[in-house]
Ligand binder design. Sequence first.
Ligand SMILES: C[S@@+](CC[C@H](N)C(=O)[O-])C[C@H]1O[C@@H](n2cnc3c(N)ncnc32)[C@H](O)[C@@H]1O
Length: 264
Amino acid sequence: MSFSELKARQSVMWGNGPYERITNTIRDIHTLIVERADPKPGEKLLDAATGTGAVALLAAERGAEVIGMDLAPVLVETAQERGAESGSSARFEVGDAEAMTYDDASFDVVTSTCGVMFAPDHEAVARELARVTRPGGRIALANWTPEGGLGQLFAMMRPFLPTPPAGVGVPFDWGREDHLRDLLGDAFELEFEEHDSPLELDSGEAYWELFSTSYGPTKSAVEALEPERREEFHETWVAFGEQYREAAGIVHHREWLLTLGTRR
Ligand SMILES: C[S@@+](CC[C@H](N)C(=O)[O-])C[C@H]1O[C@@H](n2cnc3c(N)ncnc32)[C@H](O)[C@@H]1O
C-alpha cells in the first residue's frame, strides 16, 4: 500500500467518531499549547491536524487569525459547525500536513496537538512546518511519548490493528527529543517540556466503551474484527485499563512532550 492510499484510509478512519468525546479528555493539553504558543491579536496561526478544532477555536478567542486544517473531512465539518455555533472567526479546511497548500512563511504561529505525529512521512511534515512558519515565528507541538500512557495503549492495541505498510514513521517517535532535533533542529531553535494528561474513568470497561465507540483507530479496528477476536480485544483492553485502578476509579497517566520552536 502506498502512503497516499494509507492517507486516504486514515482520512476516513480518523473521522469514524464521534471524536469530540476523545478530544474532550485532552482539554488540558489544548489549553497549555495555546498558552505556550501565545498567539497575539492579528497574528496568523495554523493548527495542523486540528481534528474537531479545539486549539484553533481557543486561539481565535485570543484574536488570532486562525486556520485549522485536517486530513479527515468529517472532522473538519464538525470543526466548522462548532466554529459557527460559537461565532468563531476560525476557518477550517481539509488538507495534508505533508503537502500543505499555504505559501512559504505565511504563519506567525503553527500548532499541532497529538496531530501531525500521525502522518506517515515525518520528514515531509517537518519540511512543511519549517516552510510555512515565517522567520522568527513559533511552533508549539504536543506529542505523546513512546513510554507514556498513549504509547502503552497503542502497544496493547497493535495486535488488533492492521499492519502499517513498510516505511511508515512511528508516531510516538515525535515524543522523543532526539527525533525532533533531527527533524526540526536545523530550522528551529527548540525547547522541550514534559507533561502528563491523566485520564480518569470509572473502570477499564468505561475506557473500552469510550474508545471503541469514539476513537477512530480503535472503532475502525473493532468494526473490522470477527466477533471472537473483537471479544479478545475487549477483554485485553479492560484488563489494560484495570492496571491503573486507584480508589475511586482508574487513572491512566498519559505523558506527552511539549516542543516549542522559534524559526531561525
Ligand atoms: C488524535 S487526533 C488529534 C486531533 C486534534 N489535534 C486534537 O487535539 O483533538 C489526530 C488528527 O491528525 C489528523 N491527521 C492525521 N494525518 C494527517 C495528515 N497527514 N495531515 C493532516 N491531518 C492529519 C487526523 O485526521 C486526526 O484529526
